[in-house]
Design a binder for this molecule. Structure first.
Ligand SMILES: Cc1cc2nc3c(=O)[nH]c(=O)nc-3n(C[C@H](O)[C@H](O)[C@H](O)COP(=O)(O)OP(=O)(O)OC[C@H]3O[C@@H](n4cnc5c(N)ncnc54)[C@H](O)[C@@H]3O)c2cc1C
Length: 473
């Protein structure tokens, strides 16, 4: 048997623009491997929907590799801790001379990769551990060689690096011989997901990227905050699965900006992709973020409330705040939630209910199809004012104002809270008590003004250094 290059896929489920695949294929014949770790995923609260999309994407990859004559292997262990031994044995069985993979930044993933590197090096297998494949994978640091803790200067440096190191997407691997029969993968760990919204196909993801950049990117800044409009890309489930490579994202943006005579460097959507890199890189420099700790240690002194009923109402979308409930029901029904509503519901839980943000973080991971540890942790810590470059603690989103501003006609509310379908626009954001009774819709579980004042007082106790004017958002 000829020695092969083994490519180990993880959160990078694609053939297009894949550095490890392309570099390995340049060395000789490749085989491709995915190692499922269902118990570990359960510990990480990965949602059934996300696992469903993952399983279906693996089948898409296995089928396409088979048509190229490339063997795909799916193996399984329970936990990350079991991966190193399994891979060492597998590489010996398959006579793989080299293994290629792209790093991931959360701590458990880093530890798994180190264990694999040690075990395979000991077994005399060449380990090619590439950096996590971000838009900018190089360390993005300050002039003092420190990680950035504020997004805007990080972004300026990030953009500069992107400009200086223009790269083209890597090509898909070429056929290695005649097509082989595709394997039907057995993924008992997979859950159900909205395949109508996110088909498990790399091709479809690429098409959505192109059409978004062609049609919607130009109005992204003006429309992105209105949840009823499908004006954001909704690419996050595919991005979390790694179905779109960073160079493909960049060149697609650049191409469409060029076509529309716009400067890609000022593109607002590109800036959002930078947030994704920002949060991922932080995990490298601040391991405590992967350990359930707040970025601002003083906020770990907050005594959060115990309120099972409040938490349940929040999870089920029965808080009595129509926009919050519509958002939570969107999450529960589709596995996805609009960004503005993620900020609003997270602020609601951590400030107005004064519940530990980690409860919400976990619920989101358990439910989101696009759950990504770095972005989710970053988003929660931003909203709860415990994180890097976070929202100031005195910023407490006002659900009624947010609703009036971003869902003025209540269309989003009516889509997800059918009890309120007949409520007139002027009452939809805060229906009066009698109308709630009539519609079978709950009364608010907190008094906004009172809860806001309490939240600010609680945060103030531990945040003596932060000052500012009180904001009503
Ligand atoms: C509390 C909270 C939790 C979140 N949890 C996640 C999560 O688990 N997974 C996730 O991908 N995003 C998360 N986000 C960020 C953001 O809400 C989603 O990325 C976005 O809503 C996805 O929709 P889209 O693909 O249409 O985004 P677009 O607006 O089209 O943005 C394009 C891509 O940029 C990235 N992105 C955009 N905004 C952010 C951001 N603030 N932080 C990091 N990346 C960003 C995403 O990959 C997104 O798909 C969270 C935000 C908050 C406030």
């Amino acid at each position: 048997m000829q020695a092969t290059q083994l490519v180990w896929l993880r959160n990078d489920l694609r053939l297009d623009d894949h550095p490890a695949l392309a570099l390995a294929a340049a060395q000789g014949p490749i085989q491709v491997l995915f190692c499922a770790t269902p118990k570990q995923w359960q510990q990480h609260h990965e949602s059934p929907a996300k696992l469903g999309l993952r399983a279906a994407s693996l089948q898409d990859i296995a089928d396409r590799l088979a048509s190229l004559g490339i063997v795909f292997h799916l193996i399984e262990v329970e936990y990350f801790a079991d991966v190193a031994a399994k891979l060492a044995k597998f590489c010996q069985q398959q006579q793989s001379s080299d293994i290629w993979f792209q790093a991931e930044t959360p701590l458990n993933e880093q530890r798994r990769d180190q264990a694999v590197t040690d075990a395979l090096t000991k077994a005399k297998i060449n380990v090619h551990r590439l950096a996590e494949d971000l838009m900018v994978s190089l360390p993005v640091k300050t002039q003092q060689n420190e990680p950035f803790k504020v997004f805007t200067p990080y972004y300026r440096r990030w953009l500069q690096i992107l400009e200086d190191t223009q790269q083209v997407p890597y090509s898909e691997p070429k056929a290695q011989g005649k097509a082989i029969s595709p394997t039907l993968l057995k993924c008992e760990w997979a859950g159900r997901f909205r395949e109508d919204l996110w088909p498990a196909s790399e091709q479809k993801a690429l098409e959505r990227l192109s059409s978004f950049c062609e049609i919607k990117i130009i109005d992204y800044k003006n429309h992105r905050n209105f949840p009823i409009k499908p004006s954001t890309s909704m690419l996050s489930p595919w991005l979390a699965n790694g179905q779109l490579g960073p160079r493909r994202l960049l060149t697609t943006i650049q191409y469409h900006c060029f076509e529309a005579s716009r400067d890609w460097r000022h593109d607002d959507w590109l800036r959002e992709l930078a947030w994704r890199d920002f949060y991922k890189q932080l995990l490298l420099y601040f391991p405590r973020l992967s350990m359930g700790k707040a970025f601002k240690p003083e906020t770990d002194q907050i005594i959060w409330r115990n309120d099972d009923a409040g938490f349940k109402a929040w999870c089920e979308g029965k808080t009595g705040f129509p926009i919050v409930d519509a958002a939570m029901r969107q999450l529960n029904q589709t596995g996805w939630m609009h960004n503005r509503l993620r900020m609003l519901t997270a602020s609601f839980l951590s400030k107005l209910l004064l519940l530990d943000w980690r409860l919400g973080e976990q619920y989101f991971m358990n439910t989101l199809i696009d759950g990504e540890f770095a972005a989710n942790n970053g988003g929660w810590q931003w909203s709860a004012s415990t994180g890097v470059d976070a929202s100031p603690y005195f910023r407490v989103f006002n659900p009624a104002l947010q609703s009036e501003r971003y869902d003025a006609k209540g269309q989003f509310i009516k889509r997800f809270v059918p009890e309120l379908i007949d409520v007139p626009i002027k009452l939809i954001h805060t229906p009066p008590p009698a109308l709630r009774e009539q519609c079978g819709y709950p009364h608010p579980i907190v008094d906004y003004k009172y809860a806001r004042a309490e939240a600010i007082a609680t945060f103030k106790l531990v945040s003596s250094s932060e000052q500012g004017t009180l904001l009503h958002d």
